[in-house]
Design a protein around this ligand. Structure first.
Ligand SMILES: [Cu+2]
Length: 296
């Protein structure tokens, strides 16, 4: 072992009833949480509306159990170098959860963003058994990072746990990050975000249509491939400090859309500034288009 596993960050359960993700900080121990998390848009709405209560346990035979994610990192965290992360999923008594269901083709989806939402990473930790997941991550700069792990204890609803990591060093000067552009050009394609209503209103269902054209001929692209079992993958975070699980929205793509279009129906629970990362696959390559939107 080259490194010693230290710096244990224990995340205990969020007070789900209150809907607040209280983050206590003392030395290396952070308390944050997991909560039942529905990712189909309807449930997403209801969970947001209900303030993350546990009321929506009546989803068929599924139940919600409260879980916690315990993150272990190497002692020395260096920017722009692979960092081995160990995530242990436990119940509130600290007992390992050892069975998980696959959803969207994986046992765990891990979304890592810097606190200012300037960076985004979507990776899939490997399950090692006995509640233990491992993955190598890269934190490009010093700063505070939030890690949203999305997993499904066997037979349960999806759960979302938030972990935090501080990469030491001088934090880059804050720039004005929000750019409300509706078009992004990424490697030969132009992604345009169409929002049905000019103003997105908090608490109302909204359709987000991503229109993808070839920059060479301005025609809708063909050959969009399934990515993680869907036409596209959309993660939305509300700009907040600190970020909490309530700031995270995972929307699902419509199954049938014309060539070159990926549509999502979602709901932004609160007014504010949000960042969207839409990922799609073509020719075996995953691209990420990001956008900022204002919700009133
Ligand atoms: Cu994933």
């Amino acid at each position: 072992m080259k490194r010693f596993w230290t710096g244990i960050i224990v995340l205990t359960s969020l007070l789900i009833v209150s809907g607040c993700s209280s983050v206590k900080k003392s030395d290396k121990t952070q308390v944050s949480g997991s909560e039942p998390h529905q990712t189909d848009h309807q449930h997403n709405m209801s969970s947001e509306h209900q303030g993350h209560s546990m009321e929506h346990t009546s989803d068929g035979a599924k139940t919600n159990i409260t879980t916690q994610a315990k993150l272990t990192t190497p002692k020395n965290l260096i920017p722009n170098q692979p960092v081995n992360l160990v995530i242990n999923i436990q119940d509130t008594d600290g007992k390992s959860i050892n069975k998980f269901d696959t959803f969207q083709e994986k046992l765990m989806h891990l979304i890592i963003v810097r606190e200012d939402l300037a960076t985004y990473d979507h990776i899939h930790p490997t399950y090692k058994g006995n509640g233990r997941f491992e993955v190598s991550a890269n934190f490009s700069t010093p700063g505070n990072y939030s890690l949203f792990s999305d997993y499904k204890p066997s037979g349960q609803n999806e759960a979302l746990s938030l972990m935090q990591i501080k990469i030491p060093g001088s934090i880059p000067l804050p720039k004005s990050l929000e750019k409300f552009e509706k078009t992004k050009v990424i490697s030969n394609v132009k992604v345009n975000l169409d929002v049905a209503n000019q103003n997105i209103q908090a608490g109302k269902e909204v359709t987000l249509n991503f229109d993808i054209k070839d920059t060479a001929n301005n025609q809708p692209i063909k050959g969009l491939e399934t990515y993680l079992g869907e036409r596209g993958h959309l993660v939305i975070l509300k700009s907040s400090s600190p970020l909490t699980v309530a700031d995270y929205i995972h929307a699902h793509a419509h199954k049938n859309s014309p060539d070159g279009q990926i549509k999502f129906v979602t709901n932004f629970p609160q007014p504010g500034t949000y960042k969207l990362w839409m990922q799609f696959q073509r020719n075996g390559k995953v691209s990420t288009a990001d956008f900022w939107v204002n919700v009133v």
